[in-house]
Ligand binder design. Structure first.
Ligand SMILES: NC(=O)c1ccc[n+]([C@@H]2O[C@H](COP(=O)([O-])OP(=O)(O)OC[C@H]3O[C@@H](n4cnc5c(N)ncnc54)[C@H](O)[C@@H]3O)[C@@H](O)[C@H]2O)c1
Length: 237
């Protein structure tokens, strides 16, 4: 298989190049010495770059008919619309987190939200290394949406400051911590009157994401055009 890695010089890109080994044919990135585009003979693209880079590369892949695995987070609605348009033409797997553990956690969070009900306050807390450029993490948003789906309601609140008054029942709050070299920690807390349930995932290496993305690009081969999730990759045939 011939892979193109977009963002190959970055933290995730370097891990993908290492794990992909001889299958990596194109290392696409901005610094000198890297490829400046996806080669027409690539069988799959894996993109862990910057949100502003996504529309250009995904449109190229659509024009060339190459399946795309998108790990880059923090897309604007306009950038997401370009991804959605490309998914009419090629299979695209898009996930804010490619690890097996987080994809398991999404199901557990949805179930917990359903069972515990609105008298349990939901708070999502994430921590990442100081270099991360977007906040909150794509994973925190996915977890918040899973909680919202389980509960069937809930407005999102991003952080708190000032004279905010009492916490309204039913809101789902998301908090982003940044510092050091943390690869990615996420906790979803269900805080009730008499007990508290906390579901936590801690990524110990970027390999957890890279291995999932490589699995996704193989899964995408020969699929119909469309926008797929990591749930499709892991839990459907
Ligand atoms: N979905 C997941 O499982 C997951 C896991 C980790 C990180 N991420 C996301 O992946 C992205 C990259 O994370 P990182 O920690 O590797 O960041 P990073 O800053 O270390 O690397 C990003 C790379 O993208 C390159 N880049 C920027 N513009 C480009 C362009 N136009 N064309 C080609 N390359 C370009 C940069 O030069 C850099 O080398 C972020 O959006 C991050 O949130 C997703």
């Amino acid at each position: 298989m011939k892979l193109a890695i977009v963002g190959a010089a970055g933290r995730m890109g370097r891990m993908l190049v290492k794990l992909g080994g001889g299958e990596v044919a194109y290392r696409v990135d901005l610094p000198e010495g890297y490829d400046k585009g996806i080669g027409g003979d690539a069988d799959g693209v894996i993109d862990f770059s910057h949100h502003t880079a996504v529309p250009g590369h995904v449109s190229t892949a659509a024009a060339l008919g190459i399946p795309y695995v998108l790990g880059t987070t923090g897309l604007t609605p306009e950038e997401q619309a370009r991804v959605d348009a490309a998914a009419q033409v090629i299979p695209i797997v898009q996930s804010g987190n490619y690890s097996l553990g987080v994809n398991l956690l999404l199901g557990l969070v949805e179930q917990a939200a359903k069972v515990l009900g609105p008298e349990y306050d939901i708070e999502v807390v994430e921590m990442h290394h100081r270099h991360k450029k977007d906040a909150p993490s794509g994973t925190a948003l996915m977890l918040a949406k899973a909680a919202q789906a389980g509960r069937g309601a809930g407005d999102f609140v991003f952080g708190r400051q000032g004279d905010i008054g009492e916490r309204p029942q039913g809101e789902i709050a998301i908090h982003a911590l940044r510092g050091g070299s943390v690869v990615g920690d996420h906790t979803v807390m269900f805080a009730g009157e008499v007990e508290r349930v906390e579901l936590t995932h801690k990524a110990q290496s970027r390999e957890a994401f890279a291995a999932g993305a490589l699995k996704a690009v193989k899964w995408a081969q020969g699929r119909r055009p469309g926008l797929y999730s990591m749930k499709d990759v892991l839990f459907s045939a």
